[in-house]
Design a protein around this ligand. Structure first.
Ligand SMILES: [Zn+2]
Ligand SMILES: [Zn+2]
Length: 155
């Protein structure tokens, strides 16, 4: 399954050539502001598995919840926020916004994070782990995903 997506104007298209390590639904204030929505759905991807076409995305830097920089990548034509790079995350990863997929229903959150700022009207599904802030990867991730992040750390 190669998922594809694009910005709102279509100048930038992309293809995901691998599976996400995990899908985080993030309820932090930055994600709420950046998306203009109640939360963001982020696909944690190896950067080499995100093949972008079209003009280079533009970027700006936020402080990030971890205190490490958070780079935001967006289309310079239409401003659609496509993915992020969190310097607090180990290895070479980007976090792709699931709302930019051609089929956003192809993925669903494995875990909800930063629920301390979740909007009160939203009820989280039972059986999906949720955390007030972040979590220890080993508590949530599959063995396969943990092995992949281990490989990325060494390179
Ligand atoms: Zn665009
Ligand atoms: Zn967030």
């Amino acid at each position: 399954m190669n998922l594809e997506g694009r910005c709102a104007c279509g100048a930038i298209t992309y293809q995901l050539t691998g599976q996400p390590l995990i899908v985080n639904a993030c309820h932090c204030r930055d994600c709420q502001r950046l998306t203009g929505s109640a939360f963001a759905v982020n696909l944690w991807m190896e950067r080499k598995a995100v093949e972008a076409h079209g003009p280079e995305p533009k970027t700006f830097r936020l402080a990030g919840g971890s205190g490490r920089p958070h780079d935001v990548f967006y289309c310079g034509e239409c401003g659609t926020y496509l993915w992020s790079r969190y310097h607090g995350a180990p290895g070479d990863f980007v976090f792709v916004r699931a709302g930019t997929l051609d089929n956003p229903g192809a993925v669903k959150p494995d875990v909800h994070i930063f629920t301390r700022t979740k909007v009160p009207w939203l009820e989280l599904p039972e059986g999906v782990p949720s955390f007030k802030e972040f979590y220890r990867l080993a508590e949530v991730w599959s063995d396969e995903a943990l092995a992949r992040i281990g490989r990325s750390r060494r390179t």
